[in-house]
Design a binder for this molecule. Structure first.
Ligand SMILES: Cc1ncc(COP(=O)(O)O)c(C=O)c1O
Length: 365
């Protein structure tokens, strides 16, 4: 956020900045989804919905998971939420008591430990390493498990690394005892590999997903939880008290997304893939370390330790001297210090220009 704020300040002073720190799709929401929303408004579908969400959307989610992963659950195991962020908060609230621990990888999406701490629980960090593609080592988790461990959080493909967790590791982690919380928000944005749903390996898991990334719908605030049966009622009570229901129009838009936006998702995915390949090649040519090619989301976390041990300072230097915004690794945990996160949620033209500027900056450094 500090980098972004400084970038905006520089832009106000008239400088041209290339944004490679971005965490949301640069595509507009596909037209067909917008039309679904307009129709819902015109049809007067603008009131509170069932607290679990409209049945049509929950049925479409069941079908989507059944077709894509061969997993079965019922619409009454789904809670539609106003984005995956509230979904995370709801699951953490239902599962964690003060003093409990939750296993979180380091690096990780920065909100995870914040939610845990807010509830009086503690993140138990497990380091993941570049040479492993930042995947969990199941034995690393095992060492951190104790009597207070209530859940293991996985995020594949991951923010900030863009890497996937291999199915054999997922299977081992699924069998360790605590509930698994699987943040599957970047599913659908996977290139030349295949993503797996945690429910292929265990029923003792919460799936968390949303429409922000694959459907370019960040502003619609729409996500969902697939919950074990026992937890549906507690989650529903949290929903009823805090949120009442997710936005009605967004839910109808989400239904259109699942039923009719397949081609649009495919189009965006193939453009992301082209950018991904270009960025991997260029960053490696520029001397940044990337042991395993990231195959998902729209991020890559690259090793910049040869340039600086202080990723925050380095990100500012790149912003001020090259006019390019990148995210410092330290934002994502102590174990990502010395790394930078690059996002390819920007046009190929901008990515090329940004990397050319970094090339010049490095030559003159
Ligand atoms: C890993 C991860 N989980 C959850 C979210 C939150 O997404 P939403 O827009 O659905 O709240 C993000 C957003 O960047 C994310 O990167």
């Amino acid at each position: 956020m500090d980098v972004l704020e400084r970038a905006h300040e520089l832009e106000r002073e008239g400088q041209h900045i290339i944004h490679l720190e971005i965490g949301e799709p640069d595509f507009p929401t596909p037209q067909i989804i917008c039309e679904g929303a307009v129709k819902a408004i015109q049809d007067g579908l603008t009131h509170y919905t069932h607290s679990l969400g409209i049945l049509e959307l929950r049925e479409a989610i069941c079908e989507h998971y059944s077709e894509k992963y061969g997993v079965a659950f019922t619409p009454d195991q789904i809670v539609i939420t106003s984005g995956t962020s509230p979904a995370l908060f709801m699951i953490f609230s239902a599962l964690l008591e003060a003093g409990d621990e939750i296993i979180i990888s380091n690096p990780h999406y920065p909100c995870y430990p914040n939610f845990a701490k807010f509830l009086g629980a503690s993140p138990a960090f497990v380091n993941v390493y570049e040479e492993d593609g930042f995947q969990y080592r199941p034995e690393g988790i095992k060492k951190r498990l104790g009597s207070r461990s209530k859940a293991i959080l996985i995020n594949s493909p991951s923010n900030p690394t863009g890497n996937l967790l291999a199915p054999d590791r997922m299977e081992k982690i699924a069998d360790m005892g605590p509930y698994i919380i699987s943040d599957e928000i970047y599913h659908g944005l996977v290139y030349e590999e295949k993503e797996h749903c945690i429910l292929e390996f265990t029923d003792r898991a919460f799936v968390l997903n949303g429409f922000s990334k694959a459907y370019a719908m960040t502003g619609w605030r729409l996500g969902y939880i697939v919950s074990p049966v026992d937890f549906v009622r507690p989650l529903q009570k949290i929903q009823q008290n805090f949120f009442i229901s997710a936005g009605s129009v967004s839910q109808w838009a989400g239904l259109t997304a699942l039923r009719r936006a397949g081609e649009d998702v495919e189009r965006m995915r193939s453009i992301y893939n082209e950018r991904r390949k270009y960025m991997i090649q260029r960053l490696r040519d520029l001397g940044f370390g990337l042991a395993v090619e990231p195959a998902g989301a729209f991020y890559m976390l690259v090793n910049a330790k040869h340039l600086s041990d202080d990723s925050y300072e380095l990100a500012f230097e790149i912003l001020e001297k090259a006019g390019v915004g990148v995210s410092p690794g330290i934002d994502f945990g102590q174990n990502a210090e010395g790394y930078l996160r690059f996002s390819y949620a920007n046009s190929l033209e901008n990515i090329k220009e940004g990397l050319n500027r970094i090339e010049d900056f490095l030559k003159n450094r």
